[in-house]
Design a protein around this ligand. Structure first.
Ligand SMILES: Nc1ncnc2c1ncn2[C@@H]1O[C@H](COP(=O)(O)OP(=O)(O)OP(=O)(O)O)[C@@H](O)[C@H]1O
Ligand SMILES: [Mg+2]
Length: 595
């Protein structure tokens, strides 16, 4: 017996199974989806909606197949077989008749055709004992249909102990996530322009900072919007606003410039004055830094580059044979050093490497090489390079930023909004920052703090056609590295974009939590349907979503079970309005003595 508090018994019954087969998004194979057609009493219309979960009896006792409603259509007996071949007068007559009886409420001959998709689960349930198991068992023909009640949603779809990010659509049930786990397994937000990506990203950031004490968040902002979207967090929390313009000279300059250069969402435009004042406060709090970005074209020497150089010298026929053993030794020592410090070929040389240079130099001297041998000039030019990179370092550069990000001291900043409106510079910053943080993390032998990198407009950082010239190759490799290997080091990614087709999709499998809203292109939807093995029809429902409404799909991360769920997200602007309203009234109070 099913627990009636959790599952509502209905008069609806399974009538048909349909299988749809289509070509896969990459055109290389085919995929099939099952759709179940359920016949339901007309009166059930009020309780049905897209996304509603239904349990169907299966061939195994006490075992149910979980399905999700993707559409439902009212039907009437009179309309069956009423097509163009029926004479027009007769059609008109039938249609008018159907209209009349439905309006009169005589619904004996009307019903609902409900279309539902399998979500990958079966449920073993007896009374209060309910267990979800991945898999598929065919439902019984004419199986009775049970609807999930709000209690069932709270218990099986939402994480009761989790962080609230909105409400399940049409259910009046809070949606709570295991946000720590979602972040750990990387997050993707995919939706058409204006669907609310930046808004949801900001909600996730503020909730994550609030609920995960060891977490730091780094937003790489190319559209100058997050300083406003997270203004209250910047103001209240230890944080950093890194800009590429010159630093404001004083508070008034900061207010004027920052409010002018930032995007203010329309619903917050009435708070322009307050936003301006808060920017001034953030300046006074000393949270703003000018980020030094190396001039374009400057790139740093990596261990991979160095090994290639030494190898080339060994292979070069003009290098005297007497130097070759020392060069071989150098490669060995680089290799040992890298293993010792857990460095990759992509990591950048820094001053700690001087110990290897000195050692090789000593060996070269001991072996009696002449002072004019090329190896000595090579080693001293390496040293000069390492020294000069110390000298040109400005106050707040990528290194300093990386150090601050990884600082586990409680007084160090937790939110970093790094504004780089120039796309080429943004890619350069993304790649050097991510690689730098990786290198330090490996050297420090510590996994604290956990770091979340946020890349809105991700197609700019990981485009499908990455090029060396505009640094998209470098940023693409770095972001791929973050998504593939970051988890081991507690380095995580949240990426957001409006078109999957423009993205290097190699990384999609690494992301376990997807927030989806309207995706107008079939290709984008098909790609996701295939990634999760759910039917196209479910993804098609994203076309009906309004701004702020989302379909959440997870793979062993944010939710107790991987059931796709439609929800309305909290509105980030509400937090800001609240804060700015408070700021306005406290400002008034401060002024009142003068008036
Ligand atoms: N959760 C929400 N509740 C209410 N309104 C919302 C919500 N999310 C977004 N909106 C509305 O939608 C508008 C667009 O949101 P947002 O800027 O976040 O979209 P976007 O997907 O990032 O767009 P773009 O592609 O232009 O970057 C917001 O200004 C807001 O009015
Ligand atoms: Mg946006």
């Amino acid at each position: 017996m099913l627990n009636r508090e959790l599952f509502k018994e209905t008069e609806a019954r399974l009538r048909e199974l349909r299988v749809v087969t289509r070509t896969s998004a990459d055109g290389r194979g085919t995929v099939s989806f099952r759709t179940f057609v359920v016949e339901a009493p007309f009166e059930l219309a009020g309780e049905l909606n897209v996304g509603k979960l239904m349990a169907l009896e299966t061939t195994k006792p006490n075992t149910y197949l979980i399905t999700e409603v993707i559409d439902f259509v009212p039907m009437h007996f009179g309309l069956v077989n009423l097509d163009g071949s029926v004479p027009r007068e007769l059609r008109k007559n039938v249609l008018e008749n159907v209209e009349r009886v439905i309006k009169e409420g005589s619904l004996d001959e009307a019903w609902l055709e409900v279309f539902a998709s399998h979500v990958g689960y079966i449920m073993e349930a007896e009374g209060d004992n309910v267990k979800f198991v991945k898999g598929y068992i065919p439902p019984l023909p004419a199986s009775r249909v049970y609807l999930f009640t709000p209690q069932a949603y709270s218990r099986f779809v939402s994480y009761s102990e989790g962080v609230r990010i909105g409400n399940v659509l049409n259910e009046n049930v809070e949606l709570r996530l295991n946000l720590a786990s979602a972040i750990k397994y990387h997050t993707g937000i995919f939706a058409y322009t204006g669907s609310g990506k930046s808004n949801l990203t900001s909600v996730i950031i503020r909730k994550a900072l609030e609920s995960i004490p060891s977490l730091k968040v780094v937003v790489l902002d190319v559209s100058m919007e997050y300083a406003v979207l997270l203004l209250d967090v910047l103001y209240r929390m230890n944080s950093r606003l890194a800009i590429t313009d010159k630093l404001p000279a004083n508070e008034a300059d900061a207010e004027r410039r920052l409010v002018r250069t930032h995007v203010i969402p329309e619903e917050l435009s009435v708070y322009r004055e307050e936003i301006k004042k808060v920017f001034g406060e953030i300046f006074k709090q000393g949270k703003i830094r000018k980020l030094y970005i190396p001039p374009q074209g400057v790139s740093y020497l990596t261990y991979g580059d160095l090994i290639a150089m030494v190898r080339q010298m060994i292979e070069d026929k003009y290098t005297s044979p007497s130097q070759k053993p020392i060069l071989q030794l150098m490669i060995q020592r680089i290799d040992e050093f890298m293993r010792d410090k857990k460095l990759d070929r992509d990591d950048v040389l820094d001053e700690t490497f001087k110990e290897v240079i000195n050692e090789v130099e000593l060996k070269a001297r001991e072996s009696g090489l002449r002072e004019t041998a090329t190896i000595f000039s090579f080693l001293s030019s390496l040293k000069a390079y390492l020294n000069s990179s110390d000298i040109i370092r400005e106050d707040y550069d990528i290194d300093a930023l990386a150090v601050e990000i990884l600082d586990s001291d409680e007084s160090s900043p937790r939110l970093f909004v790094v504004e780089v409106p120039n796309l080429e510079e943004a890619r350069l910053v993304a790649s050097s920052l991510i690689n730098n943080v990786f290198m330090r993390r490996k050297k420090l032998y510590s996994n604290k703090p956990q770091v979340l990198f946020v890349l809105d407009e991700a197609q700019e950082f990981i485009p499908i056609d990455a090029r060396q010239k505009d640094y998209s190759e470098a940023s693409s490799l770095a972001v791929e590295r973050l998504l593939r290997h970051g988890r081991k080091y507690f380095l995580n990614g949240l990426i957001s974009t409006q078109r999957l087709a423009y993205l290097n999709t190699n990384v999609l499998q690494q992301i376990h939590t997807y927030f989806l809203s309207t995706l107008p292109r079939p290709y984008d939807r098909q790609l996701i349907a295939e990634t999760f093995g759910v039917s196209d029809s479910l993804l098609e429902r994203t076309l009906d979503l309004e701004s702020g409404q989302w379909l959440l799909m997870t793979f062993k991360s944010a939710l107790p079970e991987d059931i796709p769920v439609f929800f309305k997200a909290e509105n980030n602007s509400d937090y800001l309005k609240n804060f700015l309203e408070g700021f306005r009234s406290s400002g008034k109070r401060a002024q009142s003595p003068n008036t």
